[in-house]
Design a protein around this ligand. Structure first.
Ligand SMILES: [Zn+2]
Length: 115
């Protein structure tokens, strides 16, 4: 009995059951990230692991950061970015809706069908 305890005690960092080496007993923390489209994702990390500065948004693929009010800017060469996405980048959703309403108004007034 004495010899077994001596060997086990010499392994610094391992728990009494050896669980620590596999990481199963390590507590995990969820860290929220927000992308430029305000998608929130909360990946979990081991509490002692380094949390990355950016995280890829699982919904739209844009980089997401931990500051909700200042998400990282989308890459300039985003292949599937739409015109609407560009508009939303510079303006709030409310302004975008206003622009859309004005555009529709212009469309109606300039090409109003006559019945
Ligand atoms: Zn997103």
């Amino acid at each position: 009995m004495g010899s077994g305890n001596a060997i086990r005690g010499s392994r610094v960092g391992a728990g009494p059951m050896g669980e620590a080496e596999r990481g199963e007993a390590a507590p995990r923390v969820r860290v929220p990230f927000w992308c430029a489209n305000m998608h929130e994702t909360r990946p979990s990390f081991a509490s002692d692991a380094a949390v990355p500065e950016f995280w890829d948004c699982p919904r739209c693929g844009l980089p997401a950061g931990q500051d909700q009010s200042n998400p990282p800017a989308p890459p300039k060469n985003e292949p599937y970015k739409t015109h609407l996405a560009y508009v939303k980048e510079r303006r709030s959703d409310k302004d975008g809706a206003q622009i859309l309403a004005e555009a529709l108004e212009r469309l109606r007034s300039s090409s109003r069908p006559i019945y």
